[in-house]
Design a protein around this ligand. Structure first.
Ligand code: RB5
Length: 147
């Protein structure tokens, strides 16, 4: 599975930690679209880069990070085809896959410690979409894009 990851300046350290967690998984390839330093950047630009890869199919999933995870998740969810879940706990991360088929995970570098963030990433990566009644609901979410 290929994953595109990106963060603004508020989560550069968390991005490096998440990449270490992703390296635990055989068969996971990571593309990092930045940012790479402490200089201020605008999180919608990062969301756009990550989500472009998910929408085009270059990557199966995306991970977006900013200070709170809020701005970048809001931006990601404006992009057609994206179901971005802001997760600050493992339960939400699992449910975002089982029920919402989230294709992008958002987290906040100023909210989460590295340990909990790693557990969230592991849960999100290893949990499958349940389908069934959830598929109907996810289809309704996606239909909202065309209204
Ligand atoms: C940047 O200072 C900060 O606003 C951003 O990282 C994020 O928290 C926005 O939602």
């Amino acid at each position: 599975m290929k994953i595109t990851i990106g963060s603004d300046h508020g989560a550069v350290e968390l991005k490096e930690e998440v990449k270490k967690v992703l390296a635990e998984f055989d068969g996971v390839e990571v593309k990092d679209v930045g940012t790479f330093g402490k200089e201020s950047v605008d999180y919608p630009d990062i969301a756009e880069k990550v989500c472009a890869d998910v929408v085009s199919g270059e990557s199966e999933r995306g991970i977006v990070l900013c200070g709170t995870g809020l701005g970048i998740s809001i931006a990601a969810n404006k992009i057609k085809g994206i179901r971005c879940a802001l997760c600050n706990d493992v339960y939400s991360a699992k449910k975002s896959r089982e029920h919402n088929n989230a294709n992008v995970l958002a987290m906040g570098g100023r909210v989460l410690g590295f340990g909990p963030a790693g557990e969230i990433v592991r849960a999100w990566l290893t949990t499958e979409f349940e389908g069934g009644r959830h598929e109907r609901r996810v289809n309704k979410i996606m239909a909202l894009e065309n209204k």
